[in-house]
Design a protein around this ligand. Structure first.
Ligand code: SF4
Length: 361
């Protein structure tokens, strides 16, 4: 049997578009159940066509929790999944019920990532989210009650007019709940999003404050037992996301669904952002984005994001250059040496792209 790899399934449906979002997702419409069925049929057809063995499965989106329990039974029974595999679903608080959560768990999903973003109603409203704080708390408690003991929540940092207090309150609120993984993303105002058009909100975003909140969040998360294992990801021991670690370790994975990306068979390839094209073809259309992925620079770029850092010796001829380029970065406090490995400091995490350029130049 071939080595198990990761499987990502992109579910391109959302109740409504959040103001800051540039992921590929479409609002559900009156054709909902027909489109959803055809989408699931095509996901299953593609799973069969790739015919691989998986030790992690990740349903991302969009809003996977808009799918029914029966949809997950169908998809998961079509895939060859290893014993002990990590199977994650991303959920939005307003789209789950206790009944659905119990069903997802019974279908074999064993990790849930809930898009909370904030426990502050004012911040949630500003982001255009479809839930409020009470709904988020109910979703986390509901997931736990339904049998999930591997629960992650997403929180956002650097929101318009955010304060240090809401950052630390949000983390404390998550820590009170049965949450063992927190993804804390810094808000990026993307082109083409309604947020960019809203001058008043954009004026409320301050890069210096965001940097300060990131440092504060690191401190606060650590105090609550969540250790940083990747720039934006924090977990209690043993609850790091195995699927996402595959991305940063440059391991193979297959992505199915419009806008999904893959790294498989010595290539990186992607599916166009086009639901109709996806459901209209037997095999998902793909275009190659990289013919020789996981070269030394790319490996460095991905692995340096991890708290475990990199060992220059693992980068062949580039190793000596990395070691030399790292010296000034170490003395300025952007990189530190831990167990003979180079790792980003919190200050380094804030300018990781610049650090990567300096290391390989
Ligand atoms: S729920 Fe997630 S994917 Fe959907 S619009 Fe909001 S941020 Fe984007």
């Amino acid at each position: 049997m071939t080595e198990p790899i990761g499987l990502y399934i992109h579910v391109p449906f959302c109740v409504k578009k959040c103001l800051y979002c540039d992921f590929y997702s479409l609002p559900l419409c009156s054709r909902e159940s027909t489109v959803r069925k055809r989408y699931i049929d095509r996901v299953i057809a593609n799973i069969s066509a790739y015919s691989q063995h998986y030790d992690t499965v990740y349903f991302g989106g969009g809003t996977p929790s808009l799918l029914s329990v029966a949809d997950f039974y169908r998809v998961l029974s079509a895939a060859d999944i290893a014993n002990g595999a990590e199977i994650t679903i991303e959920c939005n608080p307003e789209s789950v019920t206790d009944e659905k959560l119990t069903g997802y768990h019974s279908a074999g999903i064993n990790r849930i990532s809930i898009g909370v973003q904030s426990f502050d109603d004012r911040e949630l409203k500003m982001l255009g989210r479809a839930h409020d704080c009470d709904t988020a708390v109910r979703a986390v408690k509901g997931a736990y009650k339904s049998g999930f003991d591997n629960i992650s929540v997403d929180l956002m940092l650097g929101l318009p007019f955010q304060s240090e207090k809401t950052v630390t309150d949000n983390i404390a609120r998550a820590a009170e709940l049965p949450v063992n993984h927190i993804s804390a993303y810094m808000l990026k105002i993307e082109d083409g999003t309604p947020l960019l058009e809203d001058k008043a909100l954009c004026d409320g975003v301050d890069d210096d404050c965001t940097a300060m909140y990131y440092e504060k969040a690191n401190e606060c998360l650590e105090k609550h037992g969540y250790m940083c294992y990747e720039i934006s990801n924090f977990a209690k021991k043993g609850f790091e996301c195995r699927h996402n670690l595959k991305y940063w370790h440059c391991e193979d994975y297959i992505g199915i669904g419009p806008s999904a990306h893959s790294c498989f068979g010595g290539k990186r390839f992607a599916v166009p952002d086009d639901l109709d094209a996806f459901i209209g073809s037997d095999r998902q259309p793909v275009y190659v984005t990289d013919n020789s992925p996981c070269g030394e620079e790319e490996r460095l770029m991905l692995q340096i994001r991890l708290r475990e850092g990199i060992c220059p010796e693992d980068f062949g001829a580039m190793g000596e250059r990395i070691r030399k380029n790292a010296e000034p970065l170490i003395s300025h406090g952007f990189i530190e040496i831990k167990d003979a490995r180079l790792t980003l400091t919190v200050k380094g995490c804030l300018v990781s792209n610049e650090i990567i350029c300096r290391l390989v130049e």
